[in-house]
Design a protein around this ligand. Structure first.
Ligand SMILES: O=C(O)c1ccccc1NCC(=O)[C@H](O)[C@H](O)COP(=O)(O)O
Length: 220
């Protein structure tokens, strides 16, 4: 049995970072995607990452980013984990892992069982998979849309690597999502915001409490 891992994604202010770290979460996500309301500049990301270092794993979230930009994030922000949330191939994930000597988490968008096949390829090269809902038609964002998918699809999934559950989670549904999916790790962004891109510390607190209310889950 192991404790649940909790990631709060899309942190963009020092106040939110401090409050989130005070809750003892496991991972904090910084979004590097200019179209996102959660996008952070490199300067702000460095400040936020320095606050988190040694307290929570710093996750740099990128979408189909070119190698020069990835290298700049790696050098300046020094994240613990790269989260690839676009159409990065398994080969690109493997190359980044070797080049930066960092863990790689690959997002896989799910709407039905057939989407899980993609996860098998990524589970060979990535350290962890992040299951998210498919973005609604017309959305500018490949993630962070506050949309759920059928959590039962993940129950008893036999993968070589652990997964993190995301997509539309909030304090009211995270316990049920963990129970139905068998997840040992959860990730949230919209569900802890008062408006798009603006985190709400009380909602983060409620989310963490609700997630931790579920009995310890089977180990990774
Ligand atoms: O959060 C964003 O703005 C974002 C932009 C581009 C790609 C991915 C993005 N977020 C991905 C995350 O890690 C979210 O935490 C995950 O998709 C769940 O989001 P939500 O449904 O809003 O909780």
């Amino acid at each position: 049995m192991t404790d649940l891992l909790i990631k709060i994604c899309g942190i963009s202010t020092e106040e939110t970072m401090q409050a989130t770290l005070d809750l003892g979460v496991d991972m904090v996500g910084l979004v590097f995607f200019p179209k996102s309301p959660r996008h952070v500049s490199l300067t702000q990301a460095c400040k936020l990452a320095d606050m988190a270092r040694g307290k929570a794993k710093v996750v740099a979230l990128t979408v189909n980013m070119d190698l020069d930009s990835l290298s700049r994030i790696n050098e300046l922000v020094a994240p613990d984990i790269f989260q690839f949330h676009g159409n990065e191939t398994p080969e690109a994930c493997a190359a980044a892992k070797v080049m930066y000597n960092k863990q790689v988490m690959k997002a896989v968008a799910i709407s039905d069982r057939s989407d899980l096949e993609e996860a098998l390829y990524y589970s060979i090269v990535a350290d962890r998979l992040l299951f998210d809902a498919k973005p609604p038609k017309g959305s500018d964002l490949p993630g962070g849309n506050g949309v759920t998918f059928d959590w039962d699809l993940l129950k008893d999934l036999d993968l070589a690597k652990p997964f993190m559950l995301s997509g539309g989670l909030d304090a009211s549904n995270v316990a049920q999502a963990i129970t139905r999916s068998g997840a040992t790790a959860v990730d949230v962004s919209s569900g802890v915001e008062r408006e798009k891109g603006v985190k709400d510390i009380e909602k983060i607190r409620a989310f963490v409490a609700a997630a931790r209310s579920v009995s310890p889950v089977a180990g990774e």
